[in-house]
Ligand binder design. Structure first.
Ligand SMILES: Cc1cc2nc3c(=O)[nH]c(=O)nc-3n(C[C@H](O)[C@H](O)[C@H](O)COP(=O)(O)OP(=O)(O)OC[C@H]3O[C@@H](n4cnc5c(N)ncnc54)[C@H](O)[C@@H]3O)c2cc1C
Length: 378
């Protein structure tokens, strides 16, 4: 894997994974070229709000990023309390002593995570070539081109609103089969989505149900709604190399299989892939040591969640609403213990990571997967 110090390292994809890799390489004095297929960063998110999870490490995620040399110069809204609902409309307050996630903005433009990473990379001398869709990259290179399959989709609206900042979640298979519906409001803007793990073809029905439920339960008021959706890919690869080139972020399938939180794994895997060049180390060994356990636990969590159904979700929500510090309890849920280690072979077998949707024949289809799938490397 050794590369000459002067060889420029090329990266396909300017998402959090690719840019974190670029920043880490540039900080180590390496010459880096990033190819981004779109005209700007964060194209597929278009001012989406996303949660940077803060429960898989005891140290605060912002501290972890800073220690890794990654900028934290982006807008955040700390998430310490919110409201969850079951399928019968019963509300369960969720609270945490310290933020269990930070809301961030995705997409181009001031204040977004993507823009902050881009600015840091460029300030370090990284050359970012926009509208540069790569089909092949010679070694040395890193592949960071985002999801290549849809194991879950999140669809709904971005909108303006007079609502106060906050977040709301509903666990109800009539709104989000196998997943959850969510509403996030921040500074007069909002996003409402159903995050679905099956039945993608019926997304319109689930979006309508989701909007109606949040209008009823949380007083959702949308102005200028704009449709938005995207896909998520969850996968624990045997190896995260394509030939000799490390594969990072969602392109490798790195993402929390339970809820679909992928930003931290994207950033961490980008950093590790970069270090594997600098330290001439085995990237597979590095990511496995860092988060293979968490990926496996998230598969067990998903397998268990799949068994719950609406009554089970109600039990789960009741349980978490009694916790004074949800961050601490999620930390426990995401770390391998004896039982979850034992359950992993069963869970890995039972959780279908689709890389396609059996409900969709992909012919003359406008579902989110078919709308988004032509923008990635095959
Ligand atoms: C609606 C939605 C909500 C989400 N919410 C959350 C959340 O709350 N919290 C969370 O942690 N995660 C969330 N995620 C997941 C998270 O967004 C992803 O896991 C994360 O963005 C993955 O980063 P990445 O760098 O691997 O890929 P991406 O962010 O997808 O970046 C890949 C980049 O590669 C570019 N590219 C693709 N093909 C090529 C090519 N051939 N040549 C050059 N460039 C190419 C793309 O244009 C893109 O810019 C959400 C995802 C969706 C869809």
């Amino acid at each position: 894997m050794a590369t000459q110090q002067n060889d420029p390292i090329q990266i396909a994809g300017a998402g959090p994974a690719g840019l974190s890799a670029a920043i880490t390489l540039a900080r180590a004095g390496r010459q880096v070229i990033v190819h981004e297929a779109q005209a700007n960063v964060g194209w597929r998110f278009k001012h989406d709000f996303q949660g940077l999870e803060n429960w898989t490490t005891q140290r605060d995620v912002l501290q972890v990023l800073a220690d890794d040399g990654i900028t934290t110069d982006f807008d955040i809204l700390p998430g310490k309390k919110g409201m969850a609902y079951d399928a019968w409309g019963q509300g369960y307050p969720i609270q945490s002593a310290t933020p269990f996630f930070y809301l961030v903005v995705r997409g181009p433009g001031p204040g977004s995570l993507d823009d902050a990473l881009l600015r840091q990379a460029q300030a370090l001398g990284v050359e970012v070539r926009f509208k540069s869709r790569v089909k092949k990259l010679p070694f040395p290179a890193i592949l960071a081109t985002g999801p290549k399959a849809a194991d879950a989709i999140a669809v709904g609206y971005h909108f303006d609103t007079d609502m106060e900042d906050g977040f709301w979640v509903i666990c109800d298979n009539n709104l989000a089969p196998g997943g959850y519906a969510y509403l996030l409001v921040w500074n007069g803007k909002g996003t409402v989505k159903t995050c679905m793990f099956s039945d993608f073809k019926q997304e319109k029905k689930y979006v309508e149900n989701t909007v109606a439920a949040f209008e009823r339960l949380a007083g959702l008021e949308m102005k200028n709604p704009v449709h938005h959706g995207g896909v998520g890919n969850f996968y624990v690869p045997q190896r995260a190399y394509a030939g000799k080139r490390p594969v990072v972020g969602e392109q490798a399938g790195f993402q929390d299989t339970l809820w679909g939180f992928g930003m931290r794994h994207a950033i961490t895997s980008g950093i590790l892939a970069a270090r594997s060049f600098v330290e001439e180390a085995d990237y597979d060994a590095m990511w496995r040591a860092e988060f293979n356990g968490q990926l496996r636990v998230s598969i067990v969590n998903r397998a268990l969640y799949n068994m719950l159904g609406n009554r089970g979700y109600r039990w789960f929500l009741k349980r978490i609403s009694t916790k004074q510090n949800i961050r601490k309890s999620l930390y426990g849920q995401y770390h391998p213990g004896f039982i979850k280690t034992l359950l992993y072979p069963w869970a890995n077998h039972s959780v279908k990571r689709l890389r396609s949707d059996s409900d969709c024949e992909h012919i003359d289809c406008e579902c989110v997967w078919c709308r988004s799938c032509d923008c990635h490397l095959v």
